[in-house]
Design a protein around this ligand. Sequence first.
Ligand code: CTP
Ligand code: CA
Length: 221
Amino acid sequence: LLTPPVEPVLSGKRILITAGPTVEAIDPVRAITNFSTGKMGYAVAQAAQAMGAEVTLVSGPTALATPLGVKRINVTSAGEMLNAVMQHIEEQQVFIAVAAVADYRPTTPQLHKIKKQQQALMLTLEPCPDILAKVATLPKPPFCVGFAAESENVLEYAAQKRLAKQLPLIAANLVSIAMGGDDTQLTLIDDQGQHALAAGSKLASAHLLLQHIAAMLAENR
Ligand code: CTP
Ligand code: CA
């Protein structure tokens, strides 16, 4: 992919990014997961690296290649993703949560395969930890950025999430445009309001997002 020359506006910054889905085991052969290719998170990692950042990518299962120069840590479940993030968070200046983390997981994954039967199967699910909310409420949190992929009321829900999770910045997009594809359109919401970015490739959108982050960091917002 050809990209224009990039200013190293993030040089010296350590950035931790989550990407991809998480997979929560029901039994040894079945799982609950989210639809996510990981493309947006990997684009953010690639763009941040190109802008001079030292990038760690905590990734759920994807079919994507690791962007050049990026340190990748593979995880499967939300619990593993939380552990990997917490292990590395202390030295980070920026945390960008792009992962589609499962919201619920089976309370007790079965050790052996559940045999199918004629009647309905009931599963008991418990909430997964909210990784972004946990990082954002650490005593000395890094600059935290959320993603909100919504199917309706995008900007309203995204603005609510930004406040609920105490984030300086959230990027909102519509799942019908973004899911699975190479293109997206992000609207950023920060302390000054909404900023609609140009529609384009996920990589181009990632560059615009990171430029906005660099500007906010420079202004200490
Ligand atoms: N997120 C996270 N850990 C979770 C759930 C979400 O880190 N267990 C992060 C996502 O990576 C994203 C942001 O929180 O940056 C918003 O995720 P989203 O699924 O849109 O919001 P939720 O708070 O989970 O609410 P809901 O799914 O009900 O819309
Ligand atoms: Ca969710």
